[in-house]
Design a protein around this ligand. Structure first.
Ligand code: TXA
Ligand code: MG
Length: 339
């Protein structure tokens, strides 16, 4: 299949119209959002959703997020929406925030991989909202990467992974947030944070004071344990090069990596000039939102360094740092060294 490249920077209206037509006729299109690029299909079309799973090589039991462009669109997609969900919507939508709610009758079975719940997000990025409104469709969209690879934050990342496997890519700018949305389940006894993102635990606790942080946010699932969020159980974001997450202060990190050979370091800006092995900075250690913007690009660049192992300096777990830490610990297959 030839993947159409729609230039949304220079020819916005046309790109939106073509993408909407493709989606209405049951095709699949990669679309920018404020978090990462998503691979969109009509949430009503079982067939289009199956094509999304195939293009990504995604396990069928890992459910998708349905994207909406107004709160009214919750009708039919969800049912029995608790009041607290509307309070969360008021606080965090549109934006990088996803709620798991009881599933309604209107959406395709394959969206939620057999679960009786559905994840819903109202993004803030104009491009995807305009496509939802023009097509009139809620859009099921996982991140537009090959399953297991780092999520795509630029149109080039999408093309690297999915060219020839999808109908079109809406080529917008780079994603501003850089890590996927915060996912909170509101179907259990207590609200549960399943995946950290740009909406931080500190912000969530103001609306959801009894929020529980799921163990899978920072720990590996134990054998036989079932994941509250199926996406948590898969190896994710990993470069081909063996990666190890390193915890410790800047001085210890610099000393540690400078003793290594045939290795590279992913470090903070503050450490860059003191490191004598191949290195990439992913931003200032004090600026978690920049670390989030860069983390997936850097994970994609690691393999081109041509080394045996890479040591990644772990960010703090404060604020958005938790989201970056969560992605990196998965990319490292839970391999952590504490200095
Ligand atoms: O920012 C984002 O959320 C991006 C953009 C495209 O919106 N999307 C995204 O989708 O990250 P994906 O499919 O890569 O991640 C969705 C996560 C997975 O971990 C999945 O298991 C979880 O949400 N999820 C989806 N539906 C769920 C459900 N019904 N119950 C629990 N977890 C669910
Ligand atoms: Mg993903």
């Amino acid at each position: 299949m030839v993947t159409k490249k729609l230039d949304a920077i220079n020819d916005y209206e046309n790109s939106i119209n073509i993408a909407s037509e493709i989606l209405k006729s049951g095709g699949i299109v990669a679309v920018p959002t404020e978090t990462v690029y998503g691979l969109a299909a009509s949430a009503f079309s079982d067939n289009a959703i199956k094509m999304v799973f195939t293009a990504k090589g995604r396990p069928q039991d890992n459910p998708l997020i349905v994207h909406i462009a107004s709160i009214d669109m919750l009708d039919g997609i969800t049912c029995d929406v608790p009041d607290i969900a509307y309070e969360c919507a008021k606080a965090f939508w549109p934006g990088p925030f996803t709620m798991v709610l009881p599933k309604g009758d209107n959406i395709a079975e394959s969206v939620s991989g057999g679960l009786n719940t559905v994840a819903v997000r109202f993004p803030s990025e104009k491009t995807i909202c305009d496509i939802i409104n023009t097509s009139g469709l809620p859009l099921a969209a996982p991140s537009a990467n090959t399953s297991g690879r780092p999520s795509p934050t630029t149109a080039a990342h999408v093309i690297d992974d999915l060219d020839g496997k999808i109908d079109a890519v809406v080529m917008g700018g780079d994603c501003t947030v850089g890590v996927e949305s915060t996912v909170v389940s509101l179907v259990g006894e207590k609200p549960r944070l399943l995946r950290p993102g740009a909406v931080t635990p500190e912000q969530l606790l103001k609306i959801l004071p009894d929020l529980i942080v799921d163990d899978a946010v920072l720990e590996k699932l134990k054998d036989g344990e079932t994941a509250a969020s199926p996406g948590m159980k898969y190896k994710h974001y990993a470069p081909k090069t063996r990666a190890i997450l390193v915890e410790g202060c800047s001085n210890s990190f610099v000393r540690f990596v400078n003793q290594k050979s045939d290795c590279a370091a992913i470090c903070f800006e503050e450490e860059y000039y003191n490191i004598n092995i191949p290195k990439i900075s992913y931003g200032s250690k004090r600026d978690e939102s920049t670390l989030a913007q860069n983390v997936f690009s850097v994970l994609r660049d690691i393999d081109s360094l041509g080394v045996k192992e890479v040591y990644i300096h772990a960010p703090s777990k404060e604020g958005m740092g938790l989201a970056v830490y969560n992605r990196l610990i998965r990319a490292c297959g839970f391999n952590v060294v504490t200095l």
